[in-house]
Design a protein around this ligand. Structure first.
Ligand code: ATP
Ligand code: MG
Ligand code: MG
Length: 713
C-alpha cells in the first residue's frame, strides 16, 4: 500500500464537485486480513489510517470473502467512533481510505446502520455530522453525493430525475443476481418484509469476482445512469446496472443499495436534521471560512444559515458547491433565490374566527384574500421566454398546464422580461364565469396535456410575485410585491385574475368579505400583513387561513395516508370496505395509525382507490408503521398517497397511535366521524398532517370546546 499523498489541495481550492472519480485499486487493500489491533490514529494532517496487512501478497489483490469479513469487523469497530459527540470527534479517526481517494460506499452503509439503531434525535444528528466531517476532510468532492444519498434523492425534486425502480424490478434483478427464482425471492420477501433485507441475506458478495469495492461516486453515478435510461430495453439496462452494484456489494451495502433504489431509506433522518448536520460539519471542518466576529454560538448560527439557504435555493448541487468554495458563513450571499429553481411555498396557519385573525395580527395593516380551492403553483418565466410551473411540493408540473404557460406569456406586460409568480390554479367555467370545485381540476390529466385536448379550463389567480426582471423580491414587504404584481400583468377574465382582496382591519367588513368568498366558491380567506413582518418566507406558516368549514367542525381537515384496508362486504364486496389511516410523525419518521374510514367515498372513488392501492400491497406492516398489535387490517399498503379527511372531533384512544406520548403518555389520538373529502395528489405521504399538528388540534379543541373532548359517542 502506498503512503499517504502529501500536499493535498486545501478545501478552498475545491471549486466544483466532481463525480467522476473511479474506485482506486488501493481501496481494496482494506480487505486484507487484519489481525493486529486498530492502530492509533494518525496525526491530523496525515491522510489515511493505514490499516495493517498481515500477508505479503500483493496489496491490490482481491480478498477472499472470509478475509473481507474479518476486515469489516475491524472497520466496524473503528467507525463506532462516529458516535462520539462532535466536540470530541476527530475527523481523521474513522477513515480507512486515503485522503483524496473516493469514499467507500461501505462507510456510508455502516453509518446508516448505526443511525438506524439510534433512538435519540441528537445522537442521530451527531453521527450524520461526523460522517459529513469525515468526507469533507478526506474527499470533499464526495460531499455532494453523500448528502444526496442521505436525503434519499439523486437530484433536486424540481428536476424530476427519478430512478423509477419498483419492487418488481428489484425482485427480478435479485433473482438473476443470485441464481434464484423470482418466486423464491418473493417468498423470502414475504417473510422479511423488506427487499433490502432479502438482498442482504442473499450473500451476494460471495459471488463477487474481483470487482472493485463500491464507492459513493460509483453508486451515485450508477443511480444517475439508471434514472437516465429510457426507451427500448431500458428496463433490462436498468436491471443490469442494479446487478452490477449488487455484485460489488458487501456486508450491509445490499440493504442500503436496495432501499435507496426503492426510495425507502427509512433510517429516520429528516431533511432538517441533515441540514443542521451539514452546518455543524462545516463549522468543525472548514479552514477557509471563519465565523464573523461576535457570533455567540457558531454551531447554531451555521445551522440556521444552511437551513435558510436551502429554503431559498433547495438544490444541494448549488449549496454544497458554494459551501466548498466560499464556506458556510457566506451562504446567505452565495445562495440566492434563482429563477428556474422553485422555493418552498409560504404557508398558512389555521384560525377559526375573524377575531382571531385581528388578534394575532394586531398592529399591522391587514389584507384578506379569497382562499381559492385549486392547486398551488409557482410559475417561473425566464428571460429566454421559457416557462416552468412547479407544484406545492416543488415538482415540475409544466406538462399539466400548457394553457397556463400560454396565458402568462400572453398576459405579462411588455416591460416584464422575467418573473416568478405565486398563485392558485383553479378549474373555471368561462361561459358562466364561475369557479369550479377542486374535484373538477383533479380530473385533468397530469402529464403531456395538449392544449387541443383540454377539457377542464383553468384560471390563474396570482397573489404574490417573488421575482421580477432579474430582481428577487422575497425581502420586500407584501405591499411592494403587490405593487409590482399589479403593474406586471394584464387581467383577462377566466384566464388570469388577481386574487380578490380586501385591505381592512374591520371585523364586520371582513366577515362580509368572508361570506362573499364562500358565495364565489372559495374556501374562505387568507389573512396576510401588508407592511410589518411581511417578507416572503419560504415554507413558513406566516399567513392565516380561515375556512368557512372550520367554524362548523373542529377546524382544519386532516391530510392522512392510507396504510391498510379491510375487505368490503355486501355492496362493497370486491373492493375495500374501509381503510386504516395514518398521520406522519416528522421526528420519528413514523406513520402512526389514527382512524379507520369508509365514509365519503363515491362508488367510483372506492373502486379507483382500491385498484390503485392494490398495486401497493406489502406483506406486513413496515417498521415505520406504528399501530396497536390488535389493530390489524386485512391488508397493508406501502405509504403512497394522501387523502384529505374531515372529522367532527378528536378523541384520546388506547388503540390508535397518532401523537402517542404528546398528549397522553401511552395513548394516541383518534378521529370521530372521519370522512373522505378528496384525494391530494399534490402531497407526498411525508407531507401528511404531522402528529405534532394532531396534538395541537386536540389541545385547541379542548380549549375551544371543553365539553366536546369529554363527550362520548
Ligand atoms: N390568496 C391566497 N393566498 C395564499 N394561498 C392561497 C390563496 N388562495 C388559495 N391558497 C391556497 O391555500 C394554501 C394554504 O393553505 P395551507 O398552508 O394549509 O396548505 P395546504 O394544507 O396545502 O392547503 P389546504 O388548506 O388547501 O389543505 C396555499 O398553499 C394555496 O394553495
Ligand atoms: Mg388548497
Ligand atoms: Mg390542508
Amino acid at each position: 500500500m502506498s503512503g499517504a499523498k502529501k500536499n493535498q489541495p486545501p478545501l478552498k481550492k475545491t471549486k466544483t464537485h466532481h463525480l467522476q472519480s473511479t474506485p482506486s485499486k488501493s481501496i481494496r487493500t482494506f480487505f486484507q486480513p487484519l489481525n493486529s489491533p486498530i492502530p492509533p490514529k494518525n496525526p491530523d494532517t496525515e491522510s489515511p489510517i493505514k490499516l495493517p496487512h498481515q500477508t505479503s501478497t500483493s496489496s491490490t489483490s482481491s480478498p477472499s470473502s472470509s478475509s473481507s469479513s474479518t476486515n469489516v469487523v475491524e472497520v466496524k469497530k473503528r467507525i463506532s467512533l462516529l458516535k462520539k459527540t462532535p466536540s470530541e470527534f476527530d475527523h481523521s479517526s474513522v477513515a480507512w481510505w486515503k485522503k483524496g481517494e473516493p469514499v467507500p460506499f461501505l462507510f456510508l452503509s455502516l453509518a446508516f446502520d448505526m443511525i438506524k439503531e439510534e433512538k435519540g434525535r441528537n445522537a442521530m444528528s451527531d453521527i450524520g455530522c461526523n460522517v459529513l466531517r469525515t468526507v469533507m476532510h478526506t474527499t470533499p468532492g464526495d460531499l455532494l453525493p453523500v448528502v444526496y444519498l442521505f436525503s434519499n434523492r439523486i437530484a433536486p425534486p424540481y428536476q424530476g430525475l427519478e430512478m423509477g425502480v419498483g419492487k418488481a424490478a428489484v425482485i427480478k434483478t435479485l433473482a438473476e443476481a443470485c441464481g434464484r427464482t423470482e418466486k423464491d425471492v418473493k417468498e423470502h420477501y414475504k417473510k422479511l418484509g423488506d427487499l433490502g433485507l432479502v438482498a442482504q441475506a442473499s450473500h451476494l458478495s460471495q459471488t463477487l469476482q474481483k470487482s472493485d469495492a463500491l464507492t459513493i461516486t460509483k453508486v451515485f453515478n450508477t443511480f444517475h445512469l439508471i434514472a437516465k435510461e429510457s426507451g427500448k430495453d431500458s428496463q433490462k439496462k436498468k436491471n443490469n446496472l442494479i446487478k452490477s452494484l449488487l455484485h460489488a456489494s458487501t456486508d450491509c451495502e445490499p440493504l442500503y443499495l436496495v432501499r435507496l433504489l426503492l426510495k425507502e431509506l427509512r433510517i429516520g433522518y429528516a431533511e432538517q436534521t441533515l441540514l443542521s448536520a451539514l452546518g455543524q460539519a462545516a463549522v468543525y471542518t472548514e479552514e477557509h471560512s471563519k465565523p464573523p466576529p461576535g457570533i455567540q454560538s457558531p454551531l447554531e448560527e451555521a445551522t440556521k444559515i444552511v437551513k435558510q439557504a436551502y429554503s431559498v435555493l433547495p438544490d444541494y448541487d448549488k449549496i454544497i458547491s458554494a459551501m466548498l468554495t466560499d464556506g458556510v458563513w457566506l451562504l446567505a450571499k452565495t445562495c440566492n433565490f434563482t429563477p428556474g429553481i422553485p422555493v418552498e411555498p409560504m404557508l398558512s396557519e389555521k384560525i377559526t374566527s375573524v377575531s382571531e385573525a385581528l388578534n394575532k395580527l394586531r398592529n399591522a395593516e391587514l389584507i384578506c384574500e379569497y382562499k381559492y380551492d385549486g392547486e398551488r403553483a409557482q410559475i417561473h418565466y425566464k428571460e429566454n421566454g421559457s416557462v416552468e410551473i412547479y407544484s406545492r411540493s416543488s415538482e415540475r408540473n409544466t406538462g399539466k398546464f400548457p394553457d397556463v404557460v400560454a396565458a402568462v406569456s400572453r398576459l405579462k406586460k411588455k416591460n416584464v422580461s422575467s418573473f416568478v409568480l405565486d398563485c392558485e390554479i383553479v378549474a373555471y367555467d368561462r361561459k358562466k364565469q364561475r369557479i369550479l370545485p377542486m374535484q373538477v381540476l383533479s380530473t385533468r390529466a397530469r402529464k403531456d396535456v395538449a392544449v387541443s385536448n383540454i377539457k377542464v379550463d383553468v384560471c390563474v389567480f396570482p397573489f404574490d410575485l417573488l421575482h421580477l426582471n432579474g430582481q428577487a423580491l422575497l425581502e420586500e414587504n407584501l405591499k411592494i410585491r403587490r405593487k409590482h404584481l399589479y403593474a406586471s400583468f394584464e387581467e383577462e377574465s377566466g384566464f388570469l385574475q388577481f386574487s380578490m382582496s380586501l385591505i381592512s382591519n374591520d371585523a364586520k367588513e371582513i366577515q362580509k368579505f368572508l361570506d362573499k368568498s364562500v358565495d364565489a366558491s372559495c374556501e374562505g380567506l387568507i389573512f396576510k400583513t401588508l407592511d410589518k413582518d411581511s417578507t416572503y418566507q419560504p415554507s413558513e406558516r406566516n399567513w392565516l387561513k380561515l375556512k368557512k368549514d372550520y367554524m362548523k367542525t373542529i377546524g382544519d381537515t386532516l391530510d392522512l395516508v392510507p396504510i391498510g384496508a379491510f375487505h368490503g362486504q355486501g355492496k362493497r364486496a370486491g373492493v375495500y370496505g374501509s381503510f386504516l389511516l395514518a398521520c406522519y410523525d416528522v421526528d420519528t419518521q413514523e406513520f402512526q395509525t389514527i382512524s379507520k374510514t369508509g365514509t365519503g367515498f363515491k362508488d367510483e372513488d372506492l373502486e379507483e382507490s382500491s385498484a390503485r392501492l392494490r398495486t401497493n400491497l406489502i406483506p406486513k406492516p413496515k417498521a415505520c408503521y406504528k399501530h396497536a398489535e390488535k389493530d390489524k387490517p386485512d391488508v397493508w399498503f406501502e405509504a403512497s398517497e394522501v387523502w384529505e379527511v374531515k372529522v367532527s372531533d378528536l378523541t384520546i384512544s388506547p388503540d390508535y397511535q397518532a401523537a402517542v406520548g404528546k398528549v397522553h403518555s401511552n395513548k394516541g389520538i383518534s378521529l370521530r366521524m372521519p370522512r373522505l373529502v378528496r384525494f391530494r395528489p399534490d402531497k407526498a405521504p411525508e407531507q401528511a398532517t404531522s402528529s405534532e399538528r394532531i396534538a395541537e388540534m386536540y389541545n385547541a379543541q379542548k380549549h375551544n370546546h371543553p365539553d366536546k373532548s369529554k363527550k362520548k359517542n
